[in-house]
Design a protein around this ligand. Structure first.
Ligand SMILES: C[S@@+](CC[C@H](N)C(=O)[O-])C[C@H]1O[C@@H](n2cnc3c(N)ncnc32)[C@H](O)[C@@H]1O
Ligand code: SF4
Length: 367
């Protein structure tokens, strides 16, 4: 079996649960311990006995990996460096919540070899940050951006969210303008999704929040115009990068590369096998130290499922899909072309500007 090139680490700790978020996270500190870090390192050793790990990309997500203390970060990242062959590593991303990083932590990350930061700003509007239940305000996010730069990070992504309840086009334009003014290398702009089992979903069902598709389409089009006008390339439906700063880790997912996930709730996919670690830190630690499998769920994909999944990712990217590979979906593709959602560019089929507004419906046709 060939070496695994892409590793994901799930750090499930957050200062506070955001009311729209459905990731597996914990807000208490009882599991945020050295024992948890040891479990992660032990899992790396166990998995490393099974697979050859030669990462080109590492992604620390969550949750909030930056919620770990400086000492915990030193311990964990040092432990990883001792256990992994990092000679081919070309991108190491770390998700940061603006409320959780000061200069000392930023330095520890940089010195450990982290090369890319993904900063969860969401909005530069203090009122909307309150609506989103965030623990930071705009000033704190800007300060954190500055100290990450001072620590030497030259590849920073800013996460933004649009379609937030009550958000106006003017507020969003101001958020985009302030983002551009800071000159990040990358922007992820996510359309708010009402995920089941979240406070936002309940508010939607109660009618306190309402969706407004027309407004959201206008916000999305403004995003494309503002960011591409400022030199960002719209390389995936939610992602914009200055040339050369596309996320290599995300690209690996989108092109269907094998990856392994560590930590509670993390997914792995190798060939047609997919599995997920138990989404429970206490159970995860207990299983790791007992030498038991950490898998809570697993499935074997059919080749058709995997091909469809990869096509659904690919159609959302700038490169689109090789038209030759679309025979299985020729009827759907013809319809999307007639509707003006897809077009031919060379030997590829790509979304039109109009199609970008319908990306989810187009992608759904493949799965
Ligand atoms: C796992 S969070 C990581 C960053 C860090 N925990 C934070 O929130 O600052 C990744 C990103 O997903 C996005 N996100 C989370 N829940 C979402 C939702 N329901 N709809 C759209 N985007 C969402 C946010 O932009 C968030 O920054
Ligand atoms: S959005 Fe980020 S900080 Fe908020 S609960 Fe989700 S992972 Fe934690």
């Amino acid at each position: 079996m060939s070496a695994i090139r892409h590793l994901y680490f799930h750090i499930p700790f957050c200062p506070k649960l955001c009311p729209y978020c459905c990731f597996y996270v914990e807000t208490g500190t009882e599991n945020k311990t050295t024992r948890f870090l040891d479990a992660l390192l032990r899992e790396v050793e166990a998995v490393g006995n099974k697979y050859e790990l030669r990462p080109e990309t590492i992604y620390f997500g969550g949750g909030t990996p930056s919620a770990l203390t400086r000492e915990q970060l030193e311990y964990l990242l040092g432990g990883l460096r001792a256990r992994l062959d990092l000679r081919e590593l070309r991108e190491w991303t770390f998700e940061v919540n603006p409320a959780t990083v000061r200069a000392d932590k930023a330095r520890v990350l940089r010195e450990a070899g982290v090369s890319r930061i993904s900063l969860g700003v969401q909005s530069w509007d203090d009122g909307l940050l309150k609506t989103l239940g965030r623990v930071h305000d705009a000033a704190q996010a800007e300060k954190t951006f500055g100290l990450l730069r001072e620590a030497g990070f030259s590849n920073i992504n800013i996460d933004l969210m649009f379609a937030v309840p009550g958000q106006t086009l003017a507020q969003w334009q101001a958020t985009l303008d302030r983002t551009v003014a800071l000159r990040p290398e990358h922007v992820s702009s996510y359309c708010l999704t009402y995920e089941e089992d979240t406070e936002y979903f309940r508010q939607l069902q109660l009618g306190t929040f309402r969706q407004d598709d027309e407004r959201d389409a206008a916000l999305f089009e403004t995003t494309i115009d503002t960011l591409t006008g400022a030199g960002f390339d719209h390389y995936e439906i939610s992602n914009y990068a200055k040339p050369g700063f596309e996320s290599a880790h995300n690209f690996a997912y989108w092109r269907g590369a094998d990856y392994l996930g560590f930590g509670p709730s993390a997914f792995s996919t190798v060939g047609l096998q997919r599995w997920q670690n138990v989404p429970d830190s206490a159970a995860y630690m207990q299983r790791v130290f007992a030498g038991e499998s950490t898998t809570g769920f697993s499935e074997e994909l059919t080749p058709a499922m995997r091909t469809g999944e990869i096509a659904a990712f690919a159609v959302r990217t700038r490169e689109g899909i090789a038209t030759d590979a679309l025979h299985r979906w020729s009827k759907e593709m013809r319809e999307f072309r007639e509707l003006g959602f897809l077009e031919q560019r060379g030997d590829r089929t790509v979304l039109t500007r109009r199609g970008k507004l319908m990306a989810d419906s187009v992608a759904e046709a493949f799965v």
